[in-house]
Design a protein around this ligand. Structure first.
Ligand code: C5P
Length: 315
């Protein structure tokens, strides 16, 4: 039976602005999403019986229907019943390196890899856009995870416009293992506190998205200027997550005072916090001094970098 090994990178949000409500209960967003080198590895294998089996090395990750990779495989079986009948089921083995429930799209990037992997296993010949459209029905971040690189995302987060590649910017990333933030909670709390400021008309929403697209942070990305990008980082969800989680606020403040840190921000709905630094070496120094300031085993620290791709086939 054939099998593929795929690399599924995490993402960070260089920018996240909540601009309005949507009739489907989600939010209208303007985000700038960036793939990073921290990645999960996924093996996907055709099996003769028409079932979906998921294995994972991480004890916190479920292997049943609640895992987005299971739902991605199920979606492909429903969408392509003839291929499922011809090729059978799939066995998916996840090697988790991306912290879970961290605001780094770990689950979404795994699901994106499964869609790409099944397309290959079943010789479906789908275009990247077709895979992204299937992914959008499972989660707002999945289309970006398929494409990767640097992109501006609008709508629910599923409408993508690529931005120039921004690879080799070094990042220090921190996440408390035992701390999880529920994304629905973060958005719901934001709506309760700041919903009165949301833009209402289609014209106003489009104008705000266009303003970000032609704004300062995108200019900084075009110029590949890490210092300017770092000064323009923004995440509206910090307004609800930081007051609720003093540990995250403390981490955020500690990063901001480290020599060599160009800028720092929470990613997505948190609780991971990242800092942009000048070099890998500087990243190691920052990592070390955060470790000394917070000698807590529960705190995971990574030095990583921006990359210019999404799901990749390793073999
Ligand atoms: O799309 P995804 O399943 O990743 O979203 C998780 C949750 O985040 C949603 O159930 C919703 O509560 C919130 N969300 C939102 N607006 C978005 C994206 C996500 O309110 N654009």
């Amino acid at each position: 039976m054939r099998s593929y090994n795929l690399i599924a990178p995490a993402k960070i949000n260089l920018y996240l602005e909540i601009i309005g409500d949507r009739p489907d209960g989600y939010h209208e967003l303007v985000m700038i999403l960036q793939s990073i080198d921290l990645a999960d590895r996924i093996n996907i294998r055709a099996i003769s019986d028409e079932t979906i089996r998921v294995h994972c090395n991480h004890p916190q990750v479920p292997t049943d229907k609640t895992n987005l990779v299971y739902r991605a495989a199920e979606l492909m079986m429903k969408h392509f019943p003839e291929a499922a009948a011809k090729y059978g089921g799939v066995e998916i083995t996840l090697e988790k390196n991306i912290p879970v429930a961290a605001g780094l799209a770990g689950g979404s990037t795994n699901a994106a890899a499964v869609l790409v992997g099944i397309d290959l296993l079943w010789n479906l010949g789908l275009t990247q856009t077709e895979i992204e459209e299937l992914g959008a029905t499972l989660g707002s971040d999945i289309p970006f995870c398929v494409a990767g690189g640097t992109a501006i995302a609008t709508g629910r987060g599923e409408q993508l416009a690529p931005l120039p590649n921004l690879d080799h910017i070094y990042i220090v990333l921190a996440k408390y293992r035992s701390l999880e933030v529920s994304t629905p909670w973060a958005y719901k709390t934001y709506r309760q506190e700041f919903g009165s400021t949301y833009l209402k008309t289609t014209e106003d929403l489009a104008a705000r998205a266009a303003a970000v697209h032609s704004g300062e942070i995108v200019k900084a990305i075009v110029h590949k200027n890490a210092t300017e990008i770092a000064q323009k980082l923004h995440n509206d969800l910090e307004r609800v997550v930081l007051p609720a989680h003093p540990q995250v606020l403390q981490l955020r403040e500690l990063f901001a005072t480290q020599p060599g840190v160009l800028g720092t921000m929470m990613s997505g709905s948190g609780p991971s916090v990242f800092a942009i630094v000048e070099s890998e070496q500087q990243g190691q120094v920052v990592k070390q001094s955060i470790r000394e300031a917070i000698p807590d085993e529960d705190l995971e620290l990574f030095v990583t970098r921006t990359i210019n791709h999404g799901i990749q086939i390793a073999s």
